[in-house]
Design a protein around this ligand. Structure first.
Ligand SMILES: Cc1cc2nc3c(=O)[nH]c(=O)nc-3n(C[C@H](O)[C@H](O)[C@H](O)COP(=O)(O)OP(=O)(O)OC[C@H]3O[C@@H](n4cnc5c(N)ncnc54)[C@H](O)[C@@H]3O)c2cc1C
Length: 379
């Protein structure tokens, strides 16, 4: 067994860490306050070839592995959670389903602009009445004259305002009383397709979270992604990969909370000593460091299994569940270590705590991850 990163993974880590420290971290506080999407950051990431990192070179991707994707997501999230989720969703929800299930023509047409950064990647699954129970989709796509006519609503969709096209799930028919759900690629400029960016969120304020309204949106039937009726299966596979991204985000945010707390604890003097000399604070920091390390190992393991072409559903659920829950704990302790200053925006840790909460909810809540794991272990 070898726990070292490969030369390529280490090079990507060094490059992205330097970039994130110099170009992403400095504006994070301001973007959180102003709710400003980090478009300039992504223009630079596009020039660095990061937007298609794990996709094949023939579509303009970087041909790198899932561990490298996890490293980039972690490092961006360490600097700014909003940048991290934008990147993670772009790759694992936007690009991945097209890469996995698209025809050659669809990959050339839709994956290539995702890899170049010309379009952001997005995925429209959740609806007002279909969240954890994603099979409860009500959006419909009726076939007429070789076109799908789509009607419905999607909520909480990441990146859609900056996407030129995105895959959505819709009911395309019924088979023995069961809904037939399919995935369809919809260009966002199709008449009848409206995107609203109007949510007031708890955190991840600089990321783009949207509501989609589709009214008689017509796309040719060749926009079907994969086979008809396989939309449900496809999004479950897509979410398995996405959970590695959320796990990596959690590790990055928790790592940042740990580093900020350690530095603050050494500098803050109370009772004539730095608070880092108090065992109560030392033990908090030790627990935080241990949990971050364990979460990172689990993220890497899930990513490694995926790269080997081996089953990784259970490990992806475990890494997402464990990393998001420790991220919440670690960021909470970071605020505690900072005392009253931790409650103030300029010390960053309150933002980390707000950003962390989404990770226990998005791409399958903690309760759903436990359901997946219990099923996988044979309950
Ligand atoms: C910022 C943000 C970004 C997002 N980005 C995207 C995106 O890009 N694309 C997309 O499609 N979606 C996206 N989502 C949606 C997200 O995936 C859903 O919010 C999530 O899956 C939960 O669904 P819900 O909100 O409807 O909650 P519900 O499903 O209504 O859950 C409410 C509570 O009930 C619990 N619960 C539900 N069912 C069960 C069960 N069977 N057993 C035990 N407990 C259960 C849940 O765990 C939760 O605690 C995003 C959400 C947010 C907030």
């Amino acid at each position: 067994m070898n726990f070292d990163l490969t030369e390529e993974q280490q090079m990507i880590k060094n490059t992205i860490r330097e970039f994130a420290s110099e170009e992403v971290a400095p504006g994070a506080l301001e973007r959180d306050k102003n709710k400003k999407f980090p478009i300039e950051v992504f223009q630079k990431l596009s020039r660095m070839g990061m937007m298609g990192l794990p996709f094949p070179e023939e579509y303009g991707g970087g041909g790198a592995d899932t561990i490298s994707f996890a490293i980039v997501t972690e490092e961006l999230s360490r600097a700014c959670g909003s940048t991290g989720i934008t990147y993670s969703a772009h790759i694992s929800l936007g690009g991945a389903p097209i890469h996995l299930f698209g025809t050659e023509e669809q990959k050339r047409r839709y994956l290539t602009p995702i890899c170049s950064g010309e379009s952001f990647g997005a995925f429209g699954l959740t609806e007002p009445n279909a969240g954890s129970d994603a099979g409860g989709t009500r959006t419909s796509a009726k076939e007429m004259d070789e076109m799908f006519v789509i009607n419905g609503n999607k909520c909480f969709i990441t990146n859609a305002s900056f996407a030129k096209h995105l895959a959505i799930t819709a009911i395309t028919g019924e088979e023995v009383g069961k809904k037939e759900i399919s995935a369809i690629i919809v260009p966002t400029n199709t008449p009848g397709f409206k995107i609203f960016d109007h949510y007031e969120k708890m955190g991840l304020n600089a990321s783009n979270t949207t509501e989609l309204v589709l009214e008689n949106v017509k796309v040719p039937t060749d926009h079907l992604l994969g086979k008809k009726g396989e939309g449900f299966k496809q999004f479950l596979i897509t979410l398995d990969g996405g959970r590695i991204g959320i796990g990596a985000m959690a590790v990055g945010i928790a790592q940042s909370a740990l580093e900020k707390s350690l530095q603050y604890a050494k500098e803050r003097i109370q009772f004539g000593n730095s608070i880092s000399s108090f065992q109560a604070i030392q033990f908090k920091l030790a627990d935080m460091a241990m949990k971050v390390e364990l979460a990172r190992n689990m993220v890497y393991k899930a990513a490694w299994l995926k790269d080997q072409g081996r089953p990784f559903k259970k490990e992806a659920a475990m890494c997402k569940l464990y990393a998001s829950e420790i991220c919440m704990e670690v960021t909470n302790q970071a605020v505690q270590i900072h005392g009253g200053y931790g409650y103030m925006k300029e010390y960053h840790v309150e933002r980390l705590m707000r950003d962390a909460k989404l990770l226990e909810i998005g791409e399958g809540t903690s309760e759903i991850q436990r359901t997946v794991i219990s099923r996988e272990i044979g309950c």
